[in-house]
Design a protein around this ligand. Structure first.
Ligand code: PLP
Length: 416
């Protein structure tokens, strides 16, 4: 998409108003105003989320599902309400399909451990893509080691787009699980999940979608996507760290054994035999991150209030503007140029190590990521050890893109 700089006026998101909601954006870093472009790693938190966490601990703190006293009821009501908020946000059929976990990593491990391990046998195949984050690779490798199943990888092309022609060949009658990212954290590529689901379901395989990089950028409707499991982390969608979500279809969750034992996941306990609670509680052993769930629900309401369509439109402009600005810098190569792409720009600059780019930018108050982004196979695919990565969120502006470009020019003057 080619965008004239003069027409950069996305009315969709009032950036100044949004920025005022995020206290940390008023910070100065190394004497400069903070320009936060590391949203792929974690997002900043709006005041409403910070206040909700403080308010919970100041007024309502108690354990959930255990006490008859007033605070325990309040905490339980708020925790249960958070589950309903998540259900609506992803359009799940029932709040019972929402399992609170620590984050995307734990959600994927839960499915690998509790859905895949008991079912898979030698000869079965688990299909992933070449652009997965390590957390959607390693749990499946462990599953393969434990079951004798084989890991199959769908390659990507030179733009970082998934090779759908190869997906059609590689997803077949031996496939039991297809685990794909929705948006690549290293490249920004968007995976055509609905088409993957169609292929997988044709062969009776289940599909897990890693939504860590998607939920804050595109509206997610799990029923429309048609997948079987969807995982995401609260901290990547303006919520607290330590809380995340696994959505799973009710019949699949109901057929899964527990993966951790403890309080709250049981129906009855006796030394002779213990019986387990229904999902989602079966998968939530022990005291959960109550404040985290409450904070996450407030974050999701905040995002819904602005509207994901407006956010997506705003970020599309930012991506186009950043792409145009960065490509004008001599020696800069963008890694990940798929047509269907979210607001992530990974790049290298001739003669400058990505870490040096990151360090120079930090001196100018600009926070970006440098390295392999927990996606070593992606780096190998492109024959590089790492990239610098700017990842945008709803509070980023054209001024942030200017600061990024200026910082890269500073790095070039120093190193190139
Ligand atoms: N999947 C993707 C695509 C990611 O980008 C990340 C984190 O960067 C994860 C999974 C892991 O998320 P978490 O560390 O919150 O579990």
């Amino acid at each position: 998409m080619k965008l004239e700089r003069g027409v950069f006026a996305p009315a969709a998101v009032d950036v100044d108003r949004v920025r005022a909601d995020f206290p940390i954006l008023a910070e100065r870093v190394n004497g400069r105003p903070l320009v936060y472009l590391d949203n792929g790693a974690t997002t900043q938190k709006p005041r409403v989320v910070i206040d909700a966490l403080a308010s919970y601990y100041e007024h309502d703190n108690a354990n959930v599902h255990r006490g008859v006293h007033t605070l325990s009821r309040r905490a339980t009501d708020a925790y249960d309400a958070a589950r309903v908020t998540v259900q609506r946000f992803v359009n799940a059929a029932s709040p019972d399909e929402i399992v609170f976990v620590r984050g995307t990593t734990e959600a994927i491990n839960l499915v690998a451990f509790s859905h895949a391990r008991p079912r898979l046998v030698p000869g079965d195949e688990i299909v992933v893509t070449a652009m997965e984050h390590h957390s959607n690779i390693v749990p499946w490798q462990l599953t393969c080691e434990a079951t004798g199943a084989k890991l199959v990888v769908i390659p990507i092309d030179d733009t970082g787009a998934l090779r759908m022609d190869r997906a059609e060949e590689l997803i077949g009658p031996r496939t039991r699980v297809v685990a794909v990212t929705h948006v690549s954290n290293a490249l920004g590529s968007i995976v055509p999940v609905a088409r993957i689901v169609e292929l997988a379901h044709r062969h009776g395989a289940v599909v897990l979608v890693d939504g860590a990089q998607a939920v804050s950028h595109v509206a997610v409707d799990v029923q429309a996507l048609g997948c079987d499991f969807y995982a995401f982390s609260g901290h990547k969608i303006f919520g607290p760290t330590g809380i995340g979500v696994l959505w799973g279809r009710a019949p699949l969750l109901a057929a899964m054994p527990p993966w951790q034992g403890g309080g709250d996941m049981i129906r009855t306990v006796a030394f002779e035999k213990t019986t387990y609670a229904d999902p989602p509680f079966r998968f939530e052993a022990g005291t959960p991150d109550i404040a985290g769930a409450i904070g996450l629900a407030v974050a999701l309401d905040y995002v819904a209030g602005i509207g994901l369509d407006a956010i997506a439109a705003h970020e599309e402009h930012l991506l186009a503007d950043a792409t145009q600005r960065l490509l004008a810098i001599p020696g800069l190569t963008i890694v990940g140029t798929a047509v269907d792409k979210a607001s992530i720009v990974s790049f290298t600059v001739d003669g400058i190590h990505p870490h040096d780019i990151g360090t120079v930018l930090d001196q100018e108050g600009v926070a970006i990521r440098a390295g392999h982004h927990c996606a070593m196979p992606v780096m190998k695919r492109f024959g590089i050890s790492g990239t610098a990565r700017a990842s945008f969120a709803l509070y980023n502006s054209r001024a942030d893109v200017d600061a990024l470009a200026a910082g890269i020019e500073s790095a070039r003057r120093l190193f190139a």
